[in-house]
Design a protein around this ligand. Structure first.
Ligand code: SAH
Ligand code: SF4
Length: 409
């Protein structure tokens, strides 16, 4: 992502935390290039090779059996890929495997799905990893350390996004590509591999990077199930949160098939505003979205959806909006996350002033809701997640601004 896309964060390059397959004494600069080399090699090797990180455990077991080995050996391989601080990226790191088994894997499988292009450090310590995909495009993953011993990795699920939300930088790109299961899982593996020494355990995953996860639901459900496997990466399902703009059929499917957490980007309290700023609302309106959540969540125990609400000055931040929001979410077990809008070159919105956000929050609290606020600061983790991508020359057109909001912009 271009630095100018993130005026609120000062990024600098840093490779000090990189772990490479082959050298522990390399300088940071060397580490970065060393880290790139095995990936380049992996690119040449690929083709007909099996991509191990695209498989869940039962698929891996079947694959191991199909190669003529005992399925029992699959668990040892799984642990090399995901467990015991191994996070193997090259065949040399497949420690403890039988020699023939290792040789077979070297010949027939790839361990790594992404190539690190760059790592940027924000002034508040947040890191952004730029990964190149096999076929050229770049995706972004953000690592957000937190003083309370929680470190979050914000993963991407697509290159760009088709949803065209008017306030989102990624949305300007349009959809370029769905990420594979392996490419999604690999972002979490890299986060652990590169930053566990520095930040301690990477405890949380949020699907709030580039893309609409439910537009790529098969790969997202599979990747999140690999992330929570208790013999592997072992993230707590409560701490793996998939965020959606509100694709209702996929949301239902997710609630039935996955035990991970759900966040819904609400961002408006009327269909009029939501139809404009989140065009997906024209297909799945507020009534349908919230009605579905109300029905589905009463079937789940101890489960609360997180509603995200980006505060846009003069658009969705009136006290009437706050009161409507209280009404809208009645009967839905939920928490609300008020997010300060981060201006960028691709949007004409303005952020709500901090005092007004607090006022809005207070109305919600008085209405009995649980509310968190993320004010617009350089270390605002969600803001960084909503600002990823590089639209380049081709950008989706912005929609016509309804007359009554023209003055707000
Ligand atoms: N596509 C998914 C997840 C990625 S966006 C979704 O929309 O939920 C992650 C979050 O960033 C969403 O809640 C979105 O509303 C928010 N966001 C997008 N652009 C933003 C911006 N410019 N400032 C602040 N938050 C933004
Ligand atoms: Fe896509 Fe989410 Fe951005 Fe909307 S907010 S364009 S759904 S990434």
């Amino acid at each position: 992502m271009a630095a100018q896309a993130l005026p609120f964060l000062r990024w600098s390059r840093s490779a000090s935390t990189l772990r490479a397959c082959s050298s522990s004494t390399a300088t940071p600069h060397r580490l970065l290039s060393t880290l790139r080399r095995p990936a380049a090699a992996a690119r040449c090797e690929s083709g007909s090779k099996a991509m191990l990180k695209g498989m869940d455990f039962s698929e891996l077991e079947n694959w191991v059996r199909a190669q003529g080995f005992r399925p029992g050996q699959a668990m040892m391989l799984w642990k090399c890929l995901y467990g015991n601080n191994a996070w193997a990226h090259c065949h040399d790191e497949l420690v403890g495997l039988n020699k023939d088994f290792r040789k077979m894997i070297t010949e027939r499988a790839d361990l790594k799905a992404l190539t690190v292009k760059d790592i940027l450090t924000a002034s508040d310590g947040t890191r952004k990893i730029l990964f190149s995909l096999e076929d050229g495009p770049v995706i972004e993953t953000v690592i957000i350390p937190c003083a309370r011993g929680r470190t979050t990795v914000c993963v991407s699920s697509q290159v760009g996004c088709a949803m065209n939300c008017q306030f989102c930088f990624t949305g300007r790109m349009g959809l370029r590509k769905h990420l594979s299961t392996a490419e999604i899982v690999e972002q979490a593996v890299f986060a652990r591999r590169l930053f566990s020494d520095e930040f301690g355990a990477i405890t949380n995953v949020v699907f709030m990077g580039m893309g609409e996860p439910f537009h790529n639901i098969d790969n997202v459900i599979k990747a999140s199930s690999i992330m929570v496997d208790d013999q592997g990466l072992h993230f707590s399902p409560r701490k793996v949160t998939v965020s959606t703009s509100g694709l209702v059929p996929q949301l239902k499917r997710f609630l039935h098939e996955s035990n991970c957490s759900l966040a819904v980007s609400l961002n408006a309290t009327t269909d009029e505003v939501r139809n404009w700023i989140m065009p997906i609302n024209r297909k799945y309106n507020l009534n349908l979205l919230l009605g579905t959540l109300r029905e589905e969540l009463c079937l789940k125990k101890n489960y609360r959806v997180l509603f995200e609400y980006v505060m846009l000055s003069g658009v969705n931040d009136s006290m009437d909006d706050a009161k409507r929001l209280i009404e809208l979410v009645q009967g839905i077990p939920c928490k609300i996350n008020l997010i300060s809008f981060n201006p960028h070159s691709g949007s004409q919105f303005k952020p709500t002033p901090d005092e007004k956000i607090i006022e809005f929050r207070n109305v919600l609290i008085q209405g009995g809701l649980t509310v968190f606020v993320r004010l617009s600061r350089g270390d605002d983790q969600m803001a960084a997640c909503g600002q990823l991508g590089e639209p380049g020359d081709y950008q989706l057109p912005l929609l016509r601004v309804p007359e009554k909001f023209q003055v707000a912009l």
